[in-house]
Design a protein around this ligand. Sequence first.
Ligand code: TYD
Length: 207
Amino acid sequence: MGMFIVIEGIDGAGKSTQAKLLAEWFEERGHEVVLTKEPTDTAFGKLIRKLVLTGGKEGIIDGARISHEAEALLFAADRAEHVAKLIKPSVEAGKIVISDRYFYSSLAYQWARGLDLEWLIDLNRFAIRPDLVILLDLPVKESMKRINGRSIKTEFDKIAELQKRVRENYLKLAERFPEMRIVNALASVEDIHNDIVALVEHELLKK
Ligand code: TYD
């Protein structure tokens, strides 16, 4: 059996950078790594980007956006394919799977949207539990500074208030899901990477 590691956090927390560094760390140690993300790059992920995340003509951000429930179901559908086609087979084949976001994103963001947390947890029950979830925790003020430089912004990027709720939700989720570990994302890229490696080594040693 391989290992399944998830990186979570609000927009601008540095998830993709750290996921990449962790993937390289494993590769240098001879492991086969699958670096992946949600929303995925499949047709489902593209639909999400079109209906939920993109601004402009086809976007639903201002005004007639899709219902929160439909949004949660789309993220869950994308995830169901992700688990069945990539995550589960890869872990079973002994690979190290590292995912930038997973169902904890749905819990944190769609809960912040006003959906019922227990319904969201039920909806995502099919999703296999990771061995470790790294929560990159960052004050919203700092995350807003970082994401301001990005060209494409999601609706969440624009609304600091929502980001604040999402951050609080993540911290509450970390109390509920024992696989979640909080890492201070204000530190330097190198220090954060070292913290993550220490956590991973601890998890690997446990096995
Ligand atoms: P993001 O990681 O920013 O993707 P990209 O950088 O490729 O655009 O994710 C897009 C947004 O989707 C982000 O604001 C978080 C949100 N999101 C949810 O609301 N629910 C979910 O289940 C997932 C996976 C993401």
